[in-house]
Design a protein around this ligand. Structure first.
Ligand code: KIV
Length: 276
């Protein structure tokens, strides 16, 4: 069991308003997914800004072929584990499939993720009109929301696979409209997954809330990776937009710290990752 040493440097807590201030200052936001207390302690010690308890755990932890089987109980459980490893790092937790289908369901789910799971913010996928109504209801009840556009894994069957979104002019303009709509609805943060780098850059410049990219190029206000992918734990081929940060390093903490340093210095994503 990992125990934090008493002389570990203390950081000021990352808060929801601080994320927007970081965008204002041009400071990159470093995000990593996290699913348990030991990984969370390393995320914390490496100075990562945000730990995302993503429903990607359905794939990388549970071994499912999609995120759809993940339940609210499971998200609450994993969030509560991660919370025990964090102190300054902000915790965001995914609302799983169908748990934000209407405002009442989303409010009940968010209440559990925040009270039992200690989430500071919840994330939900999509930017349709009904989704924006749900975002507005959450925000009206003081639940900070992170929206997620582009490749939204909960829509895998509708999309016909995990592929880049927003490639045609029409699709790009739809995505830009949705990005504006989630910001208007009150979202505080926006994850852009697998969208062309130029489009992610345009959305990032247009919005006042920070964008966090994954497979979306270097112009986003921050970056997120699935921790199992960037440690080379996930079996099979690593996504092109990811990178093995453990290769050539001695520990998971060093790998997380190297990722944080590269994101903050604008070195990640680099030319090898862009376009994938
Ligand atoms: O579930 C997840 O881990 C995510 C990230 C890949 C952004 O949504």
């Amino acid at each position: 069991m990992y125990v934090e040493s008493a002389d570990a440097p203390k950081r000021k807590p990352v808060t929801v308003p601080k994320l927007r201030a970081m965008k204002g200052r041009g400071e990159k936001i470093v995000v990593l997914t996290c699913y348990d207390a030991s990984f969370a302690a390393h995320v914390e010690a490496a100075g990562v800004d945000v730990a995302l308890v993503g429903d990607s755990l359905g794939m990388v932890v549970q071994g499912n072929s999609s995120t759809l089987p993940v339940t609210l109980d499971q998200m609450v459980y994993h969030a509560s584990l991660v919370a025990r490893g964090l102190s300054a790092t902000l915790q965001i937790v995914d609302l799983p499939f169908m748990q934000f289908r209407d405002a009442a369901t989303a409010l009940a789910a968010a209440a559990r993720l925040m009270a039992e799971g200690r989430a500071a913010m919840v994330k939900l996928e999509g930017g349709a009109e009904w989704t924006c109504e749900v975002i507005a209801a959450l925000v009206a009840h003081d639940v900070p929301v992170c929206a997620h556009l582009g490749l939204t894994p909960q829509s895998v069957h509708k999309m016909g696979g995990y592929r880049m979104q927003g490639k045609s002019d029409a699709a790009a303009s739809r995505l830009l409209d949705q990005a504006r709509a989630v910001e208007r609805a009150g979202a505080e943060l926006l994850v852009l997954e697998s969208v062309p780098a130029a489009l992610a850059g345009e959305i990032t410049r247009e919005l006042s809330i920070p964008t966090i990219g994954i497979g979306a190029g270097p112009q986003c206000d921050g970056q997120v990776l699935v921790c199992y992918d960037m440690l080379g734990i996930t079996p099979g081929r690593r996504p092109k937009f990811s990178k093995d940060f453990l290769a050539g390093r001695g520990s998971i903490r060093e790998a997380f710290a190297a990722y944080a340093e590269d994101v903050r210095a604008g070195r990640f994503p680099g030319p090898e990752q862009i376009g994938g």
